[in-house]
Design a binder for this molecule. Structure first.
Ligand code: NAI
Ligand code: MG
Length: 479
């Protein structure tokens, strides 16, 4: 079956971005050659090599931390909050002005659809800088004091490259810290463009340093003795390793790790909206979302109807060229991630769940996975327990609210959940009983800088966003 809606291709031009053949590291306000090796970043939709990027060595990380320390001591921590805010507002405005360029580059390097990078990632990035700019001169009202920590080492993943950078850098700078940030090895390019934006904004040298590289570079940041704070988003395994590495030091840590969110649909829910919420919950960003609604819990009395409507809707999803404005689902970020999604999906089938994939043609080059749903899933199945981090939904059913709560909370994670029902009182009682840092009601994947985000249990600790997001970058009331 071919897609029931046919459109002419409507690709966004990539002429707006200027990708250089090679990139150095951004240290002390300048791009410098790394002293180590280099690696390639590719476009996962085509496997085209985009650029060579420096892999920061221990010595490079040390130079970046030294630059951050100098900038902290001599400039940034001495500046008034109102002065710091001017830089953050300037960065926010430049992000808006260069929004199209950032969105196109993000889609090329990451594989996400342009309609998401353009309408979600980049606007929320700008909103985070505007929001935290507003806090910079009001920290005495934060409840966490107004004394910064010093140098923050920040390590981010590849699923929302620039958005995770904004979540880390905006509150850190607003509070008076300086940063050394490492983007993920498959998506370094928008962080390097952000470095140019720092230059354009005349940010004092050393306040923001961007060091590219993989796990070794991350480890060098975490273990550097002159880093005061480590902020990490990524896998639970690496999060645990980081928690072990900083145990017994004075370093402050925040960890934002995995999830296996339940998206709970009651029989009184407005089903058309719920279907859109299920689709958005798991297929947004190819399912590369820590808070993705990867477990659908549907009330038994409407399960058949929901599945029928869901499959019909999934058959209309357009999978393909991330730069095409009609595309709903883009490329899987890397060959490694595709292998993981395939492996867990095969295990789901072997364990006896029933697999259905949307009938779509996938491009021959690049990394692709058709939107997929598993029914007949039981709690013990690995596809119900482990983070797949791809466009794969596991469906379980329930009869009563208590059974839904029991199943939703039966996971090592605790990041997010969704509740779909017509009854306001049920939303409140469910939200109180769900062990999740974020609970969405009759919506999903809504991100706003004013709202704190973070998890319980193996989903990590600390909050990002909102007033709570300042806590991880300040010394506290009585210091
Ligand atoms: P990862 O945790 O290895 O990578 C995240 C970041 O940590 C990257 O910048 C990476 O270079 C860095 N890193 C890796 N090892 C490190 C170490 N020992 N010390 C310091 N930094 C280190 O995640 P990966 O391998 O890219 O993805 C594996 C799985 O993790 C995914 O399939 C998904 O389930 C989960 N994940 C969760 C994310 C989230 O948003 N919570 C984001 C990305 C992945
Ligand atoms: Mg890439």
């Amino acid at each position: 079956m071919s897609n029931i809606f046919e459109y002419a291709p409507a690709p966004e031009s990539r002429a707006i971005v200027d990708i250089k053949p090679s990139y150095g590291l951004f240290i002390d306000g300048e791009f410098v050659d790394g002293t180590g090796k280099a690696f390639k970043t590719i476009n996962p939709a085509t496997e085209e090599v985009l650029a060579e990027v420096a892999e920061a060595s221990d010595a490079d990380v040390d130079a970046a931390v030294k630059a951050a320390r100098r900038a902290y001591t001599r400039v940034w921590s001495r500046m008034s909050g109102a002065e710091r805010a001017k830089y953050l507002y300037r960065i926010a405005r430049i992000i808006q002005e260069r929004g199209r360029e950032l969105a196109v580059l993000e889609s090329i390097d990451n594989g996400k659809p342009i309609k998401e990078s353009r309408d979600v990632d980049i606007p929320v990035v700008a909103a985070h800088f505007f929001y935290y700019a507003g806090w910079a001169d009001k920290l005495e009202h934060s409840g966490y004091g107004s004394t910064p920590l010093g140098v923050a080492g920040q390590i981010i993943p590849w699923n929302f490259p620039l958005l995770m950078l904004a979540w880390k850098i905006a509150p850190a700078l607003a509070c008076g810290n300086t940063v050394v940030l490492k983007p993920a090895e498959t998506t370094p390019l928008t962080a390097l463009l952000f470095a140019e934006i720092c230059q354009q904004a005349d940010l004092p040298p050393g306040v923001v340093n961007i060091v590219t590289g993989a796990g070794e570079t991350g480890r060098a940041i975490v273990s550097h003795p002159d880093v005061d704070k480590v902020a990490f988003t990524g896998s639970t395994d690496v999060g645990k390793a980081i928690a072990r590495a900083v145990a017994g030091t004075d370093k402050k840590v925040t960890l934002e790790l995995g999830g296996k969110a339940a998206n709970i649909v009651f029989d009184d829910a407005p089903l058309d909206q719920a279907i859109e919420g299920i689709v958005n919950g798991i297929f947004f960003n190819q399912g590369h979302v820590c808070c993705a609604g990867s477990r659908l819990l549907v009330q038994e009395s409407v399960a058949d109807e929901v599945m029928e409507r869901l499959k019909r809707r999934m058959a209309t999803l357009r999978v393909g060229d991330p730069l095409d404005k009609n595309t709903d689902v883009g490329a899987i970020n890397s060959a490694e991630q595709l292998a993981k999604i395939r492996e867990l999906s095969d295990i789901g089938e072997a364990e006896g769940a029933e697999r259905w994939s949307a009938p779509c043609e996938l491009p021959s080059n690049g990394y692709w996975f058709a939107p997929t749903v598993f029914t007949g899933v039981s709690q013990a199945h690995r596809i119900a327990r482990e983070e797949i981090f791809g466009p794969v939904l596991s469906v379980l059913t329930f009869r009563t609210p208590s059974e839904a709560i029991e199943k939703a909370n039966n996971t090592p994670f605790g990041l997010s959940a969704g509740v779909w029902t017509d009854k306001g009182s049920r939303i409140l009682s469910m939200a109180n009983r769900l062990r999740a840092g974020v609970v969405w009601a009759n919506t999903f994947n809504k991100f706003d800088p004013t709202s704190p985000f973070g998890g319980y249990k193996e989903s990590g600790y600390g909050r990002e966003g909102g007033r709570h997001g300042l806590e991880g970058y300040l010394k506290g009331e009585d210091s």
